[in-house]
Design a protein around this ligand. Structure first.
Ligand code: PLP
Length: 392
């Protein structure tokens, strides 16, 4: 098959919900992918960071291969040693909570919203989230999402959601009522344009919530699993949430989501109150355990911090050269390059020159290479970006 044939078949058989680049990918290894015609690309936005440690990480591949010969799925009506081993790993490496497994970021956030409502009892059900946030596409999570375009056409939306400006503590304080159950926030807004929450804001938010028994939910679907140079982004802030949600990089490519809840309150949900048929199967749990092992054994958090410095220095050089670059921001290997113009033509040209990056909020180039990225790969990516920007 050729790329064009794949695209033609999509038109006939796939629901047209995605904006797509004309590239059909068939193979991946580390920071590289290959299309159906055999062309090689450098991937600096691997699978929307699902492949956060690079494509087909050998430890993940081996874990999946070995596990699928034993058992792939176990119903949650029985016990599964790998699921609990993974939960123990996440718990011990974060804030000692209990874990609920599901299959995606939206489901993890949906679970967090349901948890908050159950915890709040009949009187407290409101969730305050941020303008420009993104929390998923289910009805509750798209309502929590602070972007009108994601909600349009799906009204009536569920009740009990409020949005306030990001990084504005007074706005949260003013939005709190006796019905507030939770505040939900991404520490770095990914889809919103790589907007980083300030330390004072998160510190203030934590004090505000604790004082009123309001749950603080950190959506770490995009920021988690080493992306920001710590295993979880909240660890850069020194503030623990009541609930943390994870997905994307957690499974190294297999679908997994997780809600982690502070131990003291975790038993708010009881048998029958929530569930997931696929959640935490042996197959996905083995893949996720391999991810944690890889991060430790290959010292990937150190690599994130070293490569961040290098990538930033390269980007700063480009900023000095091209006035189209307005600002560079982010944390670890989650970097946004805000432009003075539309980023789409730049991303398209980068893809034509075999570098995969993303653009969000029209003007922000999103650069999130895999945690295993090397200096040589950064050099190669920067040469391509330099060439593209020279012509814009
Ligand atoms: N939360 C955040 C911060 C995200 O970035 C995303 C997806 O981009 C989601 C939730 C939704 O995750 P999923 O697409 O796995 O449902």
């Amino acid at each position: 098959m050729k790329t064009q044939e794949v695209i033609d078949l999509y038109k006939q058989y796939i629901m047209p919900v995605y904006t797509q680049s004309p590239v059909a990918l068939v193979k991946g290894k580390g920071a590289r992918v290959w299309d159906i015609e055999g062309r090689e690309y450098l991937d600096f936005f691997p699978g929307w960071v699902v492949s956060g440690l690079g494509h087909c990480h050998p430890r993940v591949v081996n874990a999946i291969k070995n596990q699928c010969k034993k058992i792939i799925h176990v119903s949650n009506n029985y016990y599964n040693n790998l699921q609990v081993k993974l939960a123990k790993t996440i718990s011990e490496r974060s804030f000692g909570g209990k874990v609920f497994f599901c299959n995606s970021g939206a489901e993890a956030n949906e679970a967090a919203i349901k948890f908050a409502r159950m915890y709040g009892g009949s009187g407290r059900f409101e969730v305050i989230s941020m303008e420009n946030s993104f929390h998923g596409r289910t009805l509750a999570t798209l309502t929590a999402t602070g972007q009108r375009r994601i909600q349009e056409g799906f009204e009536p939306l569920p009740e009990g959601f409020k949005h306030v400006p990001f990084n504005d503590l007074t706005a949260v304080e003013e939005a709190i009522t006796d019905k507030t159950a939770a505040v939900m926030i991404e520490l770095i807004q990914g889809e919103g344009g790589i907007n980083v929450a300030s330390r004072e804001y998160i510190d203030g938010l934590s004090k505000l919530c604790r004082g009123r028994d309001i749950l603080l939910i950190f959506d770490e679907v995009q920021t988690g699993i080493g992306r920001t140079g710590k295993l979880f982004c909240y660890q850069n802030y020194g503030v623990e949430p009541d609930i943390m949600t994870l997905a994307k990089s957690l499974g190294g490519g297999v679908p997994i989501g997780a809600m982690v809840v502070r131990k003291e309150i975790a038993d708010t949900l009881s048998p029958g109150s929530h569930a997931s048929t696929f959640g935490g199967s042996p197959l996905v749990s083995s893949a996720a355990l391999a991810i944690f092992k890889a991060i430790d054994k290959e010292k990937l958090l150190k690599n994130v911090n070293v490569m961040r410095e290098y990538l930033l220095s390269c980007l700063e050089r480009l900023k000095g050269k091209f006035p189209i670059i307005k600002e560079i921001r982010g944390m670890g290997l989650m970097i946004g390059v805000e432009l003075t113009k539309e980023g789409k033509p730049i991303v398209e040209e980068c893809i034509r020159r075999r570098l995969l990056i993303n653009c969000t909020q029209a003007r922000v180039l999103r650069i999130m290479p895999p945690l295993i990225v090397t200096k040589r790969q950064i050099d190669q990516a920067m040469r391509i970006l330099d060439g593209v920007l020279s012509e814009k």
